[in-house]
Design a binder for this molecule. Structure first.
Ligand SMILES: [Cu+2]
Length: 151
């Protein structure tokens, strides 16, 4: 009986570790939201995601109380113009990084519901492919004016 209960707890422990949430395997750093002038209704969140796991992971969606719609975006170059487009997910390669930065991948905040001011944090929640969610409190930072590009 002792042996069986020990075996059961070992199995339980190993399955728990195999099914640990993605939030425990991906580290988020250097996150911020771009400051926008009053009246502008869109902004974007940027961050670095580091995947410590041996499997790729994905952000499948994001949400924020600061915007009516939150989308995952990337930039593409078309005929010398930089354009944004929505992507279904953002991959974070095993053992590697996903860089969300101006001119590249970003989390688009559309229809801002609050004024973005320096030193007032914006809450953004990112959701991974396993359904686990990470709530982030991001600082608002000023940006170069030419960072805005057409959709
Ligand atoms: Cu965008």
């Amino acid at each position: 009986m002792m042996t069986r209960s020990l075996l059961t707890s070992l199995l339980l422990a190993s399955s728990l570790s195999a099914f640990a949430a993605v939030t425990d395997k991906v580290l988020v750093s250097d996150g911020y939201v771009r400051e926008v002038p009053p009246g502008q209704m869109v902004s974007a969140a940027f961050m670095t995601l580091h995947n410590e796991d041996m499997d790729d992971h994905k952000i499948i969606s994001a949400s924020s109380p600061a915007a009516k719609t939150v989308e995952l975006h990337t930039h593409t170059h078309e005929n010398g113009m930089m354009k944004m487009r929505q992507v279904p997910n953002i991959n974070i390669p095993a053992g590697g990084d996903a860089l969300l930065k101006p001119g590249g991948l970003h989390i688009m905040l559309i229809g801002l519901t609050q004024e973005l001011k320096k030193d007032v944090p914006v809450y953004v929640t990112i959701k991974y492919e396993d359904g686990s969610e990470k709530a982030l409190s991001l600082p608002v930072k000023g940006m170069m004016p030419n960072a805005m590009t057409a959709h």
